[in-house]
Design a binder for this molecule. Structure first.
Ligand code: GDP
Ligand code: MN
Length: 382
């Protein structure tokens, strides 16, 4: 999970790293009152989005008066930054800058260890252009505390380790004329696999990189992988769209190609979703229930390639649970193969019989894209 700048700065502050004074505002709030509460005339007004590069994309505005602040906040709320929905705006004390440094800790896959990356005096919006020779990399031993290393970066190491981050980046770390070091920006990626150690992560608000707020169903699906049975498979990926064909895909790559096949067949998706890695019946049930809860559906396409280790019977049992509850009247087309496929198909047929559903089932002898055309034909007939 990626954090917003203001959330990242709260974590930095918790570990003793200085951040500028600031106040966060949401749409519809009293921006002027927020600004006055800071009691600092010169501020930086910053769009809170999940991408970086705001400085180069009009997401960071300097302001010196109440009116300038109001204008800046309004302007930021009216647009997206690099396709990202502006979720909140941070009004922040403007720092005086003597130097901008780049500091981050992340995992270096080549060394199979965390690495501290330093661009001393090289921070700022042009960090991508800094020559490799000006960037220092220091590997960490994940088992060690570094309070005694002599490096002042041990606080950052503590943040990285104790907060289970995959990335902590401060760019710029501002050095002020009076010699203070203050984190003017914060970028965090948390390691979702450490969720069990951080119950408080549940309190982070729902987020989406789609350029809009997540829908209710998208938020609900995100919860599936956070709950019980988290450690087997994923079923928490769901993007809502404008169309009316419900999608239940399994596996990644083929699923993307299936979206094209669906559109080529003249149909339009109500959602994109995929489950993978042999998730338990309960997770697939939860996912199917949410996918089928969207109003106005005209068809359901359940498709996936030939699974290697996903149990078709068990995952289909989860879909059957949802079909038993919802009993859709629109056409359903299924294409799937893999371990326990016979049992899986039998469960589907039984479900169709007892609920009088319009289901057509195909195995690996029929291509996935062909079954999109079959679904289109069924829908045109009905
Ligand atoms: P990013 O472009 O999304 O990484 O946004 P940043 O928060 O890093 O801001 C972009 C740039 O704005 C920084 O590199 C600074 O040059 C400038 N900036 C941000 N905060 C301040 C500040 O408090 N004072 C001054 N003088 N410049 C700032
Ligand atoms: Mn930055």
């Amino acid at each position: 999970m990626n954090l917003y700048e203001w959330e990242g700065k709260e974590l930095l502050k918790k570990h003793g790293i200085a951040v500028p004074k600031s106040v966060l505002v949401r749409r519809g709030e009293d921006f002027a009152a927020a600004y006055r509460s800071l009691n600092i005339p010169s501020v930086v007004v910053k769009a809170q989005v999940l991408s970086g590069k705001r400085g180069k994309n009009n997401g960071v505005i300097f302001a010196n008066t109440e009116q300038e602040v109001i204008d800046a906040v309004q302007k930021l709320f009216e647009k997206t930054i690099l396709g990202q929905f502006v979720n909140a705006v941070l009004i922040e004390e403007k720092l005086e800058i003597k130097k901008e440094h780049y500091v981050s800790i992340t995992y270096e896959t080549l060394d199979a260890s965390p690495v501290l990356i330093l661009g001393w005096g090289k921070g700022g919006v042009d960090i991508e252009d800094v020559a490799a020779k000006d960037i220092m990399k220091i590997s960490y031993d994940i088992r060690r505390e570094y309070a005694d290393s002599g490096l002042e970066t041990h606080q950052l190491w503590n943040v990285f380790r104790q907060e289970d981050a995959r990335l902590v980046e401060i760019n710029p770390l501002v050095e002020t004329p009076s010699g203070k070091f203050i984190a003017a920006d914060a970028k965090f990626a948390l390691d979702d696999d450490a969720f069990f150690r951080h119950k408080d992560w549940e309190n982070y608000e729902a987020r989406s990189m789609l350029g809009r707020l997540p829908t209710e169903r998208e938020v609900a699906v995100q919860q599936i992988d956070a709950g019980e049975g988290y450690y087997r498979g994923t079923a928490g990926k769901y993007i809502e769209m404008d169309g009316n064909i419900a999608i239940l895909f399994s596996g990644g790559g083929a699923s993307i190609a299936n979206m094209d096949a669906l559109i080529k067949a003249g149909l339009s998706p109500a959602n994109y979703t995929e489950y993978s890695g042999n998730p338990p019946r309960e997770k697939v049930h939860a996912l199917a229930k949410i996918v089928l809860s969207k109003p106005g559906l005209k068809g359901l396409w359940i498709a996936g390639g030939v699974a290697n280790f996903t149990n078709i019977a068990d995952t289909f049992a989860g879909i059957v649970d949802a079909l038993d509850e919802i009993k859709p009247s629109y056409p359903i087309v299924i294409r799937r193969a893999g371990p326990f496929e016979k049992e899986g198909m039998r469960l589907m047929r039984k479900c169709a019989e007892r609920n009088n559903l319009n289901i057509q089932i195909f195995g690996k002898e029929t291509s996935m894209s062909e079954t999109a055309n079959i679904l289109a034909t069924q829908i045109n007939k009905s």
